[in-house]
Design a protein around this ligand. Structure first.
Ligand code: SF4
Length: 360
């Protein structure tokens, strides 16, 4: 698993079986893995390669590609050689593309039983996946549910259980399940119900999230609620935005629930009329300076940047390093204790020097 240490102690995880996807294990005691999808035609291998490079740099751990036709399925052979990330083929409608993708050497296939449901075809996919050692995700989407009785959540869960049984009857056990709805409430209900009914790892996501900022909030609410309840083994934050943005959002979410840590953490006040410096600019500058900064020996620092000395010292006391500003100067703290004053214009270099000393 690349980047990010795990903080499972803070989160009681629901017990799931471990499923290996290429070189990444999900479920069990493994960290919640971050996924994204490429957003260019899969057969345009040059464009895919460029996105893969950006995604790997951003810390993506599993990558999924859509397979619309045989040309895409064949392109996966070359794409597999371009990345260390496990490759997942996203298959809809045509079950034969699943077989072609498996022949191309993918690590996992995602099938949607809303559009591939014939038992004979599922049996062929299961047989090919079994003999190639490929994992299968059963990806239920509220927008492509087979007709049936009951509310959306009941139909999603019932559908997932039905198709899991079919694939289990064909001998498959390396499976992952997702139940994505476009509403946060239905998504939480569906995953929560499913988690009490099977031990397959759950791939979290909300579908059709809308404008990027709406999508961020909606999926943070749903995925955050599930993670805080110990549900979820891997996630893709679906956004109408770049895949890198999806990975960044996933990392922030995992940090927010205390599941994983990817770098130093900045806490800052929202500012108010008491603040006499450009705190927002300072925090942005600090964020840029520490982004990608190596974390030595797993020492992830909490850095507090506070706008005034009224609440600043108190709020900074839980941080490893802090600064509370007055007029044109800041009071530096280390482990909650004051350790000197610094002029506002020198505050960033002073903070960075302390951060380097403490994390080195
Ligand atoms: S720390 Fe000071 S400036 Fe910041 S919000 Fe609190 S009172 Fe306002």
């Amino acid at each position: 698993m690349s980047g990010g240490c795990e903080k499972r102690d803070k989160m009681k995880r629901r017990k799931t079986r471990t499923v290996r996807i290429g070189g990444v294990r999900i479920g069990g005691n493994n960290p919640v893995a971050i996924q994204s999808m490429t957003k260019v035609r899969t057969s345009c291998v040059g464009k895919v390669a460029a996105q893969l490079r950006l995604l790997e740099k951003e810390g993506c751990e599993i990558i999924r590609l859509s397979v619309k036709d045989a040309e895409d399925a064949l392109a996966l052979r070359r794409i597999k050689r371009l990345t260390k990330m496990p490759v997942v083929a996203d298959i809809h409608f045509d079950w034969r593309l699943a077989l072609e993708a498996i022949r191309s050497g993918v690590d996992k296939i995602r099938i949607n039983p809303g559009n591939i449901s014939d038992r004979k075809n599922l049996a062929q996919i299961a047989a090919a996946a079994l003999s190639a050692g490929v994992a299968v995700r059963l990806g239920i989407n509220s927008g492509s549910l087979p007709a049936g009785k009951g509310d959306t959540v009941s139909r999603m869960v019932r559908g997932a259980l039905h198709y899991l049984r079919i694939l289990e009857d064909e001998g498959l056990s390396r499976m992952v399940v997702s139940l994505k709805a476009s509403s946060a409430g239905e998504t939480v209900d569906a995953y929560t119900r499913m988690s009490s009914l099977c031990d397959y790892p759950l791939h979290l996501g909300v579908t059709a999230t809308g404008l990027p900022e709406h999508g961020l909030v909606k999926s943070s609410v749903a995925i955050g609620a599930l993670l805080l309840n110990g549900i979820g083994d891997t996630m893709r934050v679906s956004l109408t935005d770049t895949p890198q943005q999806e990975v960044r959002a996933a990392k922030l979410r995992l940090e927010a629930v205390g599941a994983r840590t990817f770098g130093h953490e900045v806490i800052s006040c929202p500012t108010c009329g008491r603040c006499e410096v450009d705190l927002a600019g300072t925090v942005r500058g600090l964020g840029r300076a520490i982004s990608g900064m190596p974390v030595h020996r797993g020492r992830h620092l909490k850095i507090a940047v506070m706008g005034c000395v009224v609440n600043g010292p108190g709020e900074a006391s839980a941080a490893d390093i802090g600064i509370a500003f007055g007029k044109n100067e800041g009071l530096l703290f280390k482990s909650g204790k004051p350790c000197g004053k610094v002029k506002y214009e020198n505050c960033l270099p002073a903070l960075l020097s302390e951060i380097k000393k403490m994390s080195g």
